[in-house]
Ligand binder design. Structure first.
Ligand code: SAM
Length: 311
């Protein structure tokens, strides 16, 4: 699909380029914030699974460019497996969020102070095997949550992408023990046809005397053992192990759509007037070219005339 045709079909894709955002995902965070206002008065923020960096751009604009008071001491750290091009006022780490060392690096940058806000827009590479993809996505959310419990200060907020699969209400009930309020929200910039949604967890309230510690040799269940003593275990995705109380403890989080009725609907087709059409005919270049795209190696081989010999 050509750039120009995507500019016409996807208004958020086009708008992201007009406003200098690296990805249309920026609008998801902005629309969630319109509803929940979690981006007010932040000092230290962690953006997990952050590449190419549109959420970090939103954070940087809110915390620095639009800030009225003193910005000294404010810090944003962005973590991704992929390298990221620099963003003003953001420290980027190329790292795996599932590795305990990543937590140490973040805490070191924060001088061992905790964060007011953690967000995660993580998505693993999909294989097309639905059950496997769902399992890996759940593991990624659990890793983000584990890291968050170690770095978020009490009363802080956490936002993460989820895919509303079979066991998602188990996750809601677990989160309900850690946060005062848990809402499942779908911004209007997120396609209605996708199972994607975001859990917005407000007011972190870790149990007294629970000190979470990340350790590669500890399972998710062991990690949360002292936190969820006597309540449901974190055995997402494993129906064969479901304990008797499983059905009775299922929780349904409130589900809301956000972004305001005046914002574009991702799945709708809009009539464009002549002025808009003229603008769209002129395709805009991407704000940031990919740093390490999967097709990079193929292009290198093609340029050196070696592509056919590898196929
Ligand atoms: N929020 C980003 C933005 O606005 O530009 C988009 C994030 S993209 C949808 C999902 C990202 O998750 C990918 O860049 C991928 O590399 C990252 N990711 C997946 N697994 C990860 C892991 N274990 N550690 C760090 N990043 C991971």
């Amino acid at each position: 699909m050509g750039k120009s045709s995507k500019d016409k079909r996807d208004l958020y894709y086009r708008k992201a380029k007009e406003l200098g955002y690296r990805a249309r995902s920026a609008f998801k965070l902005l629309q969630l914030n319109e509803e929940f206002h979690f981006l007010d008065d932040l000092e230290r923020v962690v953006d997990l699974c952050a590449a190419p960096g549109s959420w970090s751009q939103v954070l940087s604009r809110k915390m620095f460019d639009e800030a009225e008071g003193d910005v000294q001491g404010k810090k944003i750290v962005a973590v991704d497996l992929q390298p990221m091009s620099p963003i003003d006022n953001v420290t980027t780490f190329q790292a795996d969020i599932t590795h305990p060392k990543t937590l140490s690096r973040i805490l070191e940058l924060f001088g061992n102070e905790k964060a007011d806000f953690v967000c995660s827009d993580g998505a693993p590479d999909v294989t097309g095997l639905h059950d496997l993809d769902e399992y890996v996505q759940q593991q990624l959310i659990m890793s983000a949550l584990q890291l968050t419990t170690c770095v978020l200060k009490p009363h802080g907020n956490f936002v993460a992408k989820i895919f509303r699969g079979r066991d998602i209400d188990m996750l809601y009930s677990q989160l309900g023990y850690l946060f005062k309020s848990v809402v499942c929200a779908k911004p209007r910039s997120s396609r209605g046809t996708s199972l994607e949604a975001f859990i917005v967890c407000l007011d972190y309230q870790p149990p007294a005397n629970w000190s979470p510690k990340l350790d590669n040799n500890v399972s998710v269940e062991e990690f949360f053992h002292d936190c969820f003593v006597g309540i449901n275990k974190l055995s997402l995705g494993d129906d064969s192990q479901l304990p008797e109380w499983h059905e009775s403890v299922r929780t349904v989080a409130p589900f809301i759509s956000c972004g305001g009725l005046d914002s574009f609907d991702s799945d709708a087709t809009y009539h464009l007037d002549e002025g808009d059409m003229a603008k769209i005919e002129k395709s805009l270049d991407p704000v940031q070219s990919p740093t390490n795209p999967p097709y990079k190696r193929a292009l290198e081989l093609k340029r050196s005339g070696k592509l056919s010999s590898c196929v």
